[in-house]
Every structure is written in structure tokens, then in C-alpha cells.
Design a protein around this ligand. Sequence first.
Ligand SMILES: Cc1ncc(COP(=O)(O)O)c(C=O)c1O
Length: 291
Amino acid sequence: VLVSDSVYGPTRKRVGANLLQRAGVEVTYYDPLIGGGIDGLIRPNTRMIYMESPGSHTFEVQDVPAIAKVARDRGILTVIDNTWSSAFFCNPFSLGVDIVLEAGTKYLCGHSDAMIGTVTVSTEEQFQALKAMQNTLGSRAGPDECFLALRGIRTLSVRMERHQKNALEVAAWLEARPEVERVLYPALPSDPGHEIWKRDHTGASGLFAVMLGEAPKAAVAAMVDGLELFGIGASWGGFESLAIPIYPKGSRTAVPWPHDNPMVRLHIGLEDPRDLIEDLEEGFARLNAAK
Ligand SMILES: Cc1ncc(COP(=O)(O)O)c(C=O)c1O
């Protein structure tokens, strides 16, 4: 299995290392910017390419159609984690992908109150194989979770549009701050993945990262700890804004993350963006005071 180096951490640790490698499946990580060059990594035993785009924490946008084309030509299955866009902003089937995963805990439910995920397949054969495996493992979404996900989907479109509007406003403000070296958000024209994102997605969700200038961990903690409207949390995609310090350096193997700068991942919720900016402004004051 070829897996993007930018996947969500537990995909690497739990699925890659714990499950697949222990079961004898060889896992090779690839540069998320590899595009059609993935052809060079394919070996006789390659069965699947697992993508996530934009990547967790580092937000590289993959050339999904180029990867999917190589895979199709070589008879290899492609899977993508589409949680960032949700089905509302990206349809990976139209990009040539075979199987789409989404952590429904995030935008589908939208209120951070249910445990559910989705796997959408493109053929009856895949469906039967998945169903058989699900029966064997006994993993099921509970009825309450299904109810909450179905209810969330009713407001998905309005929430996604609002996440995008708010996130663009906050990201543009952050880009102009002296404490910020880079905002990693494909919807910004300055982002290296912007053109591919624009080609393959119809919008951007509320999750991005901010690379700060040099600052001790304690100063970043002071900034994040004191935020009033942003909770500190890992599972994003709900109505509320979240902030969490991230250090991607330790989690890459194919292409080491070259930056030592502290980063903060933000999820921009449905609050008034002016309030979020005010909150962040006070956060920067704490960061500067603790430097
Ligand atoms: C990109 C991505 N995929 C999948 C997941 C898994 O979500 P959950 O543990 O809620 O299923 C997460 C969680 O943060 C994520 O960020």
C-alpha cells in the first residue's frame, strides 16, 4: 500500500503500523506532491494508493487525478480521505478515485457530538467486499449516530459556505500579521496548492494551519491556552472554533518537514469572524509577551 506522507497521524500509527504492517502488508509512504511520479513507486505487489488531500497539519494539495490515472492504468485501487472538503466541496469520484472515506464526526454531523464515519465505494464488488468485512468485524454506526449524521447533512451546505467565508476572512487577517510566517490554507492565492485546489474543489472548509515565527513552546501555549472562543481540541468540523499547537516534523518519513517553526492548527467555526480575530489578536499579545 502506498500512503501519503501527510496523512492524519492515527492513519499512520493505528492503521499503517498497528493493523496493516502487523498483518504483513507493506506500507510505503510517498511525497504528497508526487503527482504522476507515483508511477515510479509502484511495485508488483502494490494493491492500493491511500490519499488525503489537503494533508493533515501541512495541507499539501495532491494532484489526485494524476495519481488516480496512474493507478487506473496499473490496476491499483485508490482511496481518499475526503474529510477536509466533505462531499460538499469535492467529489473524488469525478477525479478518478475508487473509494472515498469521510470522518462523519466532523462536517457531516457538524456539532462534534457523534461517532460515525463513511466509506463510499464505486462498484457493487467493492460494496460486497466491504459489507462482508464489516459483518466480520462487527463495526457499526449506532442508530443515534446515524440520526445525528442525517440531521447534520440537512445543514451541510450552509455550514460549509459559512466555514469557508469565516476561514477566508481570518486567514487573510493572519497572513498580514508580523508574527505569522505562512498560512497553510489552499484557498489563499498565496498557497502553493491553490491552483490544484481550485481545479479540483468547489470550496474550502474551515481548517488550516498557521506557521509562526520562532517562539518557545511556552509562548505558543500561552497564546492558545488563553483563547476565549477557540476551544483546544483535535476533532474539528463542528460549529465551534478550535486551536491546537502542532509540530509536524516528527510525523513525516518520506519527505521530512523542513521547518522547525511552531505551528497552530485552527478550525474556524461559525462564530462571527470579527470576534475570532479579536480573540486571536489578544492571543498574539500573549505570545509576544511570553517570547
Ligand atoms: C483528516 C482526518 N481523517 C480522519 C479523522 C478521524 O476522525 P475520527 O477519529 O473522528 O473518526 C480525522 C480526525 O481528526 C482527520 O483529521
